[in-house]
Design a protein around this ligand. Sequence first.
Ligand code: TTJ
Length: 642
Amino acid sequence: MAENENRIEHEYGGSQIEVLEGLEPVRKRPGMYIGSTGPKGLHHLVYEIVDNSIDEALAGYCNHIEVTIKKGDIIEVSDNGRGIPVGIQPKMGIPAVTVVFTVLHAGGKFGGENSGYKVSGGLHGVGASVVNALSEWLTVRVRSDGDEYEQTFHRGKEDGPLKKIGSAQTTGTTVTFKPDPEMFEELVFNYDTLLTRLREEAFLNAGVRITLTDDRGEEPVVQSMCYEGGIRSFVDHIHRRRQLEVLHPEVIYLKGQQGGIIAEVALQYNNSYNELILSFANNVNTPDGGTHEEGFKTALTRVFNDFGREKGYLKDKDENLSGSDVREGLTAVISVKLTEAQFEGQTKAKLGNTEVRSLVFGLVYEKLKEYFEENPGVAKAVFEKATQAARAREAAKKARELVRRKSALETSRMPGKLADCREKDPSKTEIYIVEGDSAGGSAKMGRDSNIQAILPLWGKMLNVEKARLDKVYGNEKMMPVVTALGCGIGEDFDLSKLRYHKVFIMADADVDGSHICTLMLTFFFRFMRPLIEEGHVYIAQPPLFKLAKGQQVKYAYNEAEMSKMSAEMGQGVKVSRYKGLGEMNPEQLWETTMNPENRVIVQISIEDAERADETFTILMGDKVEPRREFIEKNAKYANLDI
Ligand code: TTJ
């Protein structure tokens, strides 16, 4: 027996030596550890470090986490926890804190059974050593037992051993790092990106204060966030941000626990037609849903139908309410915490643990029914909304059938303004949706008519944010888009019928152009969401500048590129700024914006439903000010950061 155990020990030791080889693999293939070396990966470094402090907060020993973007885009994360242990880690013979920063996947391994240390199992959840490996330099300072310790690293290698540097009145950990320019394409942190994610963390961990400071400008910008209401505050925040009117004053909050799994749900209805369900497992967003969302949706539909029949909101002759009926105008946040979360799918964005489905189902079915019993006023309001949604669904069905019958009679089913391409295989074709006849004319002349179709749009835009499906069917501006794409809208949507696999929105590179892009994207987001999800939607990027010197002509897509090019071309360069697509002749438009060989395009993805929806709503809202600011801010980056 004993010998056997020894052998197992030995084997385990062997695999650890492999791990001990160092952090080279991380620097060789950074994408494997943090997803990408673009802006997403860069920001991920911050979350990776912050997650450690969050774990300490969840353990109950830390209630304040400070994140600072310092000058030079250096990040500092500081908490008031117990401090990473500085004692010698028996297996390795070096301080535990050194292990954390130099051994791959060391996060959960040190400290023994009673340390309570765990690494948040996230999308990557790779730990502090990966951040260290990808930093030009990193410093960790630990305050514990009255002393302060420090250790510094360069590109993952320690400069020297852990040192005692002074005394300390408080306890906690501070990590400062500079991402390595050799590893990342872009080194500038986006304040709003960090703020959005850290706010999310604050909502998901009720009572933990997270402070974000930006020290890069002349004046520091500080946001401190702490939500005693947790995910209740999250739902409330979403409604306030979007200026949505709620149907009942209180956010409904349900919490349950079983077999070591904790489930929390917060929900509230508003008077819009959108549904927004945000789900999380161990504080990690699961945009593709999974068992927690499935349990929630099934229970919600069941409660509405059972309770509705019991109370006579639904008559015998009425059909059951559908899932989409009972989710119209719903904002919900679902958060589950469990020890062994299984993330599934290619992007690990879906929760797979089956036991979570029944827990959430049971919780929502029982407690929500109870809530409706006790709050008949709330029940009445939300049932009215759901039955209206069901009626609208019927109306949309009729409108759709009318459109179908009409188009079946027409000889040419395609919109008159569409200049179609010759190729019929959708995987090879593209459509450019262009606002205005003059740009549309240039595009028609400049295109490759083999594979590129042009659809000019004109007329008054539908208020895409406020319209229901049945309104779209009668809309003169949007119906040509629906017909040309061929894949229908709403529940009718069928991606396999898409007539062009690349759908471009082409608009001027100014504020109005951005607005048009946003309206179109909102339209796609609300009525053809899979089109965005499956990566078929792009924004064409026309250049902002033309640089000419003698026969030589070059185009620049932003200010920085223009300055660089102008310097390279030397004396005598004539720089002109394009005001709109209309200023380009067909050849120029082809050369700069449509030629697949050298055009600049932005593929639109839905990384984060919450943010995308929020971004759209800011642009669509009634208030003019935030809209202007947003568009200009993003126009500066010459793309829509969605
Ligand atoms: C582990 O168990 C013993 C007491 O201390 C626990 C611990 O490690 N707490 C802890 C780690 N608090 N904060 C961290 C931490 C903070 C940052 C910013 C970065 C890292 C890698 C860890």
